[in-house]
Design a protein around this ligand. Structure first.
Ligand code: BGC
Length: 381
């Protein structure tokens, strides 16, 4: 059964679709509000997806960003677990990639160049000598086309974007589709797909900054983290992988057993110093045959909130907000300071286009890039 209600709300037209399915018992709502215009005059909307438990995610068509994500603690109290801004302006001026879809290439490409079939492509250097997160105007600064889309799994929003041939230096017209689904099991599922008309490289992710005690509530050093990784990719001073896959055993990078994020974050360790904390790609252990595997689990002891990250990707960037300096005013005017959030960005390894031993990120015409990541929320006593 589908009902569409139009509600006039403080001058904005709000469309609410109430969908219920007798067969699955699935219920929830998706609401759309106008969120203003970019400096170029493009209209931006904010979609709010709510599930039957009252879990709520707001997604902006600007950057496809997860703007808020309200999840319960062990007593059922909701808090917003992601950093972000109250209004579109914040996202237009943002330099931290809060909540955004990252592309065409998540994380760094060394010397901002790569070679495909003998042709060298030069990208903008927006991080020292390197290219970071797709360049100067990556997918996080694009206005995506949104469509509510039926899904048996929950409330779903489809976002599409055409990244034109040559955009930020990358070859090929890349048609990108990202589907966010909020399920009644308190999962935010993200499906990424893309096709190209010229051989190119693709590595898409989401850059949500989590604080399971609530955005702006302090640092994340007491969160207990487990990462399903026996190895990580050490980096040089520009945070470009050296090419080595190093054992985590005996290092501050061993999160195979649940450990407080802060326990070793200031360790006298070359890699910790290079990252200013954790800012590294972990090589995920995958269960052969499973379409997707658990990558990481994080628990916040005061609230009992738990986040599990599931993915089909080979890596995850664990970043502890080392570059947050309190200068950006976040939601409710709060300053987000160093280590006030963590990111778990599922991905192919950084600099893969220049690292022949890393899993390939090349997409050719006729192929379809398709990956899935699930952020699943629950609680623990
Ligand atoms: C990178 C960090 C960077 C952050 C925000 C992470 O993916 O690894 O070095 O500061 O994104 O751009």
């Amino acid at each position: 059964m589908k009902q569409t209600l139009w509600i006039k709300l403080t001058g904005t037209v709000l469309m609410t679709t109430l969908a219920t399915s007798g067969a699955t018992g699935k219920s929830g709502t998706t609401a759309k509000t106008s969120w203003g215009k970019t400096p170029d005059g493009e209209e931006v909307d904010l979609y709010t997806l709510t599930n039957k438990n009252g879990v709520e995610v707001a997604i902006s068509t600007y950057g496809g960003a997860v703007v808020s994500l309200k999840v319960p603690d062990r007593n059922g109290k909701l808090a917003d677990a992601v950093l972000g801004y109250d209004s579109l302006d914040g996202y237009v001026n943002d330099k931290s990639y809060f909540g955004a879809i990252i592309g065409r290439y998540g994380n760094r490409i060394g010397h901002a160049r790569f070679t495909l079939d003998g042709k060298t492509y030069t990208l903008a250097k927006n991080n020292g000598e390197n290219s970071l997160h797709g360049g100067i105007k990556g997918f996080n600064k694009a206005v995506w086309t949104a469509k509510e889309t039926p899904s048996p799994d929950g409330q779903a929003l489809e976002l599409t974007y055409l990244s034109k041939d040559g955009e930020e230096g990358f070859p090929g017209n890349l048609h990108v589709r990202v589907i966010y689904t909020l399920t009644d099991s308190n999962e935010l599922k993200i499906g990424y797909s893309a096709t190209t008309d010229k051989k190119t490289v693709v590595n898409l992710t989401n850059h949500s900054y989590f604080n399971l005690a609530g955005a702006g509530s302090g640092d994340i050093l007491g969160h207990i983290l487990m990462i399903e990784a026996d190895k990580f990719t050490p980096v040089d001073s520009g945070l470009i992988p050296t090419g080595e896959l190093r054992d985590v055993a005996g290092t501050p990078f061993d999160f195979r057993k649940p450990t407080a994020i802060g326990a070793r974050i200031n360790a006298d360790d070359e890699q910790i110093k290079l990252g200013g904390g954790y800012d590294h790609n972990f090589v995920l252990r995958r269960n052969p045959g499973d379409p997707i595997s658990l990558a990481a689990r994080v628990m916040e002891p005061k609230t009992g909130r738990v986040l599990e990250v599931w993915t089909d990707q080979p890596g995850v960037q664990f970043y502890t907000g080392n570059f947050l300096d309190g200068s950006a005013k976040g939601k409710g005017g709060l300053a987000y300071t160093k280590r006030s959030a963590f990111c778990l960005e599922t991905q192919h390894f950084p600099d893969s286009p220049n690292q022949p031993k890393f899993p390939s990120v090349v997409l050719s015409p006729g192929e379809r890039y398709h990956t899935t990541t699930i952020y699943k929320f629950s609680t623990e006593k």
